[in-house]
Design a protein around this ligand. Sequence first.
Ligand SMILES: [Zn+2]
Length: 205
Amino acid sequence: MATQTDPVVKKVLTEVAQFNAKQKEKTEAWEEHLRQLAADYQDKTQAKDVAKQAVSAVSDLTHLNELIVLTQEQIKKIAANTLKPGSKKPIDEIGVLDYIWDLPGDRSWSSKQKEPFRGKALDYYRGRKVRHVWGTGQLVKIKNKSKEEWYGIRVVLTCIQCKKNKMTVYALPGCHVGAFCYIYDRSKKYLADLRNQSLVCDKCG
Ligand SMILES: [Zn+2]
């Protein structure tokens, strides 16, 4: 099957060529940004090539800023395509939820201004089923006894020891963005990092 270069990527590369860097300078932030972009592409091999080409051609910060805007626009498109606004289909690429969790695409918003907007975005997708490594969960809003409101993916885990008792917990992303491997109880008490730990029920623990 033939692959086509995405129009936005094409535009990025054209701009890179136009700037025609005299001095090749890489910044870690830019590389990381492109790595993130590459991870969001379905065709990862192509995306990695594109990222490599773009990185090697970047030479100044003005250029970087322009490219970052373009790539963020692309991330928005990918997120919208994956999240399928208005649909009831389960969200099956959990990493894309980071987009609404911290809205990296909206550079014009200060982090304080972002908060209500982020809440709105999460509210919009509230109730949607989410598929991840522990089965099907649901994006929910939780209200603590202290009336604090927060969002999480509600999942039901089976105790790994007795393999019988079930535990309803809430998954959040953390330093491993996109993984939603950090597990909390309803009062937002941290329970485990399921990348490195397992949960057992009260009876077994
Ligand atoms: Zn158990």
